[in-house]
Design a protein around this ligand. Sequence first.
Ligand code: UD1
Length: 370
Amino acid sequence: MKFFCIAAARPNFMKIAPIVAALEGRGLETTLVHTGQHYDEVMSGVFFEELGLRQPDHHLEVGSGPHSYQTGRVMEAFEHLLATNHRTGDPAVVITVGDVNSTLACSIVGAKSGLFVAHVEAGLRSRDWTMPEEVNRVVADRVSDFLFAPSADAVDNLRAEGYRTDQIHLVGNVMVDTLLANRERAMNRPIMDELGLTVGGYALVTLHRPSNVDHGPTLRSLIASLEELSERIPVVFPVHPRTRQRLADHGIETTLRLLEPTGYLDSICLQANATMALTDSGGIQEETTALGVPCLTLRENTERPVTVTHGTNKVVGTEPATIRRAWREILAHPPTAGRPELWDGRASERIADILAGALDIPRLRPTDLV
Ligand code: UD1
């Protein structure tokens, strides 16, 4: 049995790294495939170095582009890889993580090639069809044999959609595995001194969702809200390439302190020491919950409600008055921290145990919902 582990874009690397390690720790054969959805040093290279992820066995080099183009290129390239590197009929599992276009593409190709497909982070739902990631999540789950859910709400979603109980596995959050394993190294990074920041004395901002940054007036209004916050406490803002481009496209100038995208360890260090994070990232909602740092999600919804019910996250949308009320509330009364069930650093071990244990089971296809 071979395991094709798919890495693709920035939020995937810290999810796939502990899974590869856990499978290899059990002597299982892994093939690491980088689709190249993210490709440059700041969005990809630095994560491999910092996470000790070995160089990919295959690099599909698809690059950026519109959704269908990017998804189509990954499908074509991954199908070719399987055709040339895997004997038809030999058992194999394609492991996809998260909700990016490569997750969707590789899940479909794996299923159509007759391989088992395992989706890690299954069952998350924003119920917002304008989000490209929501389409990716739903379709990836639908063609997967193994659904590894990070939280009980994700299990509930999968059950409500009719998936069979034997497909659904509540395993916890693989991102937290990587966070806990690297926390100490992250806290020793010199980034705080380099930026002249004090512990608990600044807000960290990230923004990259198309719904927030592609529309000029929305982005302008968000930047104005953040500038207002920066009059109360320093704001640091590592800027995603998409957002940097949109700021230029819309001619938006700002007094905010803009940084280049950070690597993984600096990102954890900056989150852990912040007074609060303001973000539209799914990963940062989870990491701040695991770290116990207050988080304001600048979106209308979240596919990760457990960070609100059990963690430090609050979904505040994009209205300036609501954002202002929310950060004032945090400065006055920071929320208490809590950690969701099984966010304990062992999710990847559970996944590897389940996959290893399932190798002998007769072939089950996800075609029959109950
Ligand atoms: C993608 C994912 C999103 C994830 C995000 C994290 C989808 C649909 N979206 O969105 O879920 O949260 O990654 O970053 O899969 N670029 C670079 N260097 C790179 C990669 C991209 O400069 O290594 C630039 C390109 O100019 C590109 C832009 O960033 O046009 C946006 O990248 P893209 O991969 O299209 O989508 P993201 O917004 O990053």
